[in-house]
Design a binder for this molecule. Structure first.
Ligand code: BTN
Length: 273
């Protein structure tokens, strides 16, 4: 697929008004370019076949070799809030989880359609996707403001056919989990295109409904969240206990060994079996 082909094809497939679509061979980080375009007042979708400086949560880097999906979608929050209501970023804290739910749906649909395999990734709080305990996807969301309009930039990476460095012990590739390595280069590109198209459609639809349909989306997230009901540890805060539920703001509520409830809004959570 040529550079303009894949970009034009996605434009046609998604039939979205107003979104600028950029699809490149290589970029430092799709989150950076997407934020820049949002700062110029444009909703946008940025995809790169590889990243030279993929950004991860908590200041980490994200392995971004060719063969994976690296995408950022910038969505203006004006329409996300009910008419007349001012965008309030405090109410969008569950949006990274909505992105995880979108990725979960996109992966299971694309795999089922292309390979006839039923696979439903789990959501690991705060916003990773895991299959058989291996992380296959990470999400990094940020906000940007342009002339009084707030944008949310949803950055998502999915390990599909890309090589993973050896030190990434907890990471996995979708291809290994669905035996898709037999595909030739063209077949791989087709599968990536399908997955990107589904992922982008899901993210935009769900984020746009993310305030008015928050309860329904959060129920579905909780249903698929592997963290809930497990004994967990939050090393940074020295908290251990059973993860009980996800709040309206996406925060995780943990019942500690002492029977108290602690609420955490960010950070790493270790799940014990
Ligand atoms: C994490 O698991 O730490 C979050 C990783 C987020 C990676 C994606 S890839 C597309 C977008 N661009 C980036 O630089 N990062 C996000």
């Amino acid at each position: 697929m040529q550079y303009t082909d894949r970009q034009e094809r996605l434009k046609e497939r998604l039939a979205l008004d107003g979104f600028e679509i950029v699809w490149l061979d290589e970029l430092d980080s799709t989150n950076n370019l997407s934020s820049e375009l949002a700062l110029n007042g444009k909703e946008n979708i940025v995809i790169s076949e590889a990243q030279t400086n993929g950004l991860g949560r908590l200041g980490r880097s994200f392995n971004s070799a060719e063969g994976g999906i690296y995408e950022s979608v910038a969505i203006c929050l004006d329409e996300v809030f009910p008419e007349g209501e001012e965008p309030d970023l405090g109410k969008t804290l569950h949006f990274p989880l909505i992105c995880a739910l979108s990725a979960m749906r996109a992966v299971s649909e694309a795999v089922s359609e292309s390979f006839g395999t039923d696979i439903i990734p789990d959501i690991k709080w705060p916003n990773d996707l895991v299959i058989k305990d291996k992380k296959i996807s990470g999400i990094l969301c940020k906000a940007a403001q342009c002339k009084g309009h707030w944008y949310i930039i949803c950055g998502i990476g999915i390990n599909v056919f890309n090589d993973l460095s050896k030190e990434l012990e907890d990471a996995g590739r979708l291809a290994d989990l669905i035996n898709a390595d037999d595909l030739d280069a063209e077949g791989q590109k087709e599968f990536l295109f399908e997955l990107i198209a589904k992922l982008t459609g899901e993210i935009i639809r769900n984020i746009k409904m993310g305030i008015v349909e928050a309860d329904r989306l959060l129920d579905e997230i909780e249903e698929h969240c592997i963290t809930i009901g497990k004994y967990v540890e939050v090393p940074e805060r020295n908290i251990k206990g059973i993860a009980r539920q996800i709040g309206d703001d996406g925060a995780l509520s943990i019942e500690t060994d002492e029977g108290e409830f602690e609420v955490i809004t960010s950070g790493d959570v270790v799940i014990y079996k």
